[in-house]
Ligand binder design. Sequence first.
Ligand code: ACM
Ligand code: ZN
Length: 748
Amino acid sequence: MKKFLSIMALAFLSLNASAQDQLIPKPVSIKITGGTFKIPGNLSLAPGLPVKETEYFKQKSGLSFGESGKTEAQLTYIKLKQPAGAEALNESYTLEITPDRIHIISYTDQGYFWALQTLIQLLEEHKADKTIPAMKIQDQPKLAWRGMHLDVCRHFFTVDEVKQYIDYLAMYKLNTFHWHLTDDQGWRIEIKKYPKLTQIGSKRKESMIGAYVDNTFDGKPYGPYFYTQEQVREVVQYATDRHITVVPEIEMPGHALAALSAYPELACTKGPFEPATKWGVFDDVFCPKEETFTFLENVLDEVIKLFPSAYIHIGGDECPKTRWKECAHCQELIKKYNLKDEHGLQSYFIQRIEKYVNSKGRKIIGWDEILEGGLAPNAAVMSWTGVNGGIEAAKTKHFAVMTPGAYCYFDHYQGDPQAEPNAFGGYTPLDKVYSYHPIPEELNAEQARYIMGVQANLWTEYITDFRQVQYMIFPRIMALSEVAWGTSQPEKYKEFEGRVIHQFEKLDRMHVNYAKSIYNISGKVIPAAGGVAYELSTSQNPSGIRYTLNGKNPTIQSMTYEKAIPVSASSTIQSAYFENGQLKSAVSSQQFTVSKTTGKTITLEQQPSENYAFGGAFTLVDGIIGNPRQLGKTWLGFQGKDVVATIDLGKNTDFTEVYFNTLDNKGSWIHLAKSAQVYASDDNSHFKLIGEANKDDILKAGGKMKLKVGQQMGRYLKIRIENAGIIPAGNPGADSKAWLFVDEIGAL
Ligand code: ACM
Ligand code: ZN
């Protein structure tokens, strides 16, 4: 009876979910004040409304407008005088809807604009019933920098597409567009003083296609693609009209191959160079000679004239030191300035550029590697490799924008990789983004003030057209927006998801290609007697899940999912979600390879890196073998660390083979294991070495190592898989710590 009641209560709630409950981002406060506002045939506009914002509203609201002073309801506005030192109120607004008018109060036109965005969402909601409950909304963003980044180098997007992207930011009240304009694969901004940057640097011979490990190219020239300065001004104006700041990124000293192709004299070696056709990190970077600084200063002069932003992004990430180590000029500089090493040289590079940018009245922001060798005094940090860069910045009174890969990289998969289009890797579904707390707990209140914002990044190696851009940012942009406005409640994720699904109707009307991954069946492996069990879930009614075990696509007649499916032998589970007899999701297909370790207890001496930790140690014995074409979810990634795993088989067990997989993806700094040793024990304290593999064995096996260990018996199995260590010269990321990707440790 109790259950029945709660279902009834739920149904009642969802039927009555009102428009104000559907808003994204959720405002800080909504008060229902009684009565209703009838949406008029003509909304009349009070005199003196901010012009451009109101023009935008007229276009997007779907209403008709009449002259002020007619009998129809009015939109009115009061701009308050801002108290001194109250910048935090810049973007705040009050939106009051009474039975006879809509009234906005704010301190700035920006606040007015955000109020209009809220109003647009409310009007949309009430198109059909034509009335809005009277209410008072008070709202203020928690974070001042609420950003979305777009890489236009790996793939290019037209001015119209960039404008659409900016419109998406505006819809969800994000205020910063980080435009990644230069990289190894293309230079995309016209610089009048250096025409070869776009003549030569804006095209490449061909492009990598498919998964990185396929090492396949399309054979088609790409480009020339770039924005003229005229077009840049147009985009900046478009964004400014929407209260969005455009922050340009000019990459240095790394990711410079397109620039060096045009001006090889700026490198340490002679060249010639070509814009990169594959993805990754490249050794040829800017050489810190006078000529290079003159070039970069001239480029920055033109960039600064085009972009009014307080910050100029100078990149600073992923700069291999290979060439600097061998370059006489670089080594002389290190001596001359008494620098510690090449990392000190990176710091010298960034600080010199910072001084220049500061001399023009602007500040620099860079990826967290600008912390290497000492941070430039006024620089802000964009913390991407994790949260530590942001923490270190805040503790030393530098501003930081949090954009850690595990939560904020929208080039990662957002659903089970096997049901998603090819993506960079990683696994960052909607609920993960929504669960992000941008202010690290390590910081006290004073330090926390330095966390100025949060941003999501969209790198486009695997995103070839704008439809795919839409797919990767929707719906995750909604989670980011609510996190940034500070009203996210991860514990109420389901409520948020309901609002997201509601927004899909609007996206359908806008013909936006959003991801429906939240409808897809999400699978989770759990330990179970005799192996593992596969738990399926959907954001929808779970009784709509059908599955098969015979390799066939599920139909409405297939087995109905009731509880976790036991997996005690190698098999494939296919599942899908049905509603009213119709297939509503992608078909998920999961292959299981069961061995004597499957589902057993496993412990790791060192944990994987946060970005590639997924299901933790259990991932290695979950019966799912990592797919080298998809780096999300099924692999664990360890940077600079060995994997030392102990598996408790539960009882004395005989076996003759131990297997494990390790990845070779040098472009992403992922190297095969250097060696492996396998041990067995009866008591978890005395271990006997029973098998070994060296680098050549692992290479020969293509990373799929199968070790014959003879007739063995033991309860505990221990395996040490050795990280390749420091990446050797001649490889992307040389000198950095290599990644070791490992999956599925099995025994037969
Ligand atoms: C980055 O993702 N390389 C900043
Ligand atoms: Zn050099």
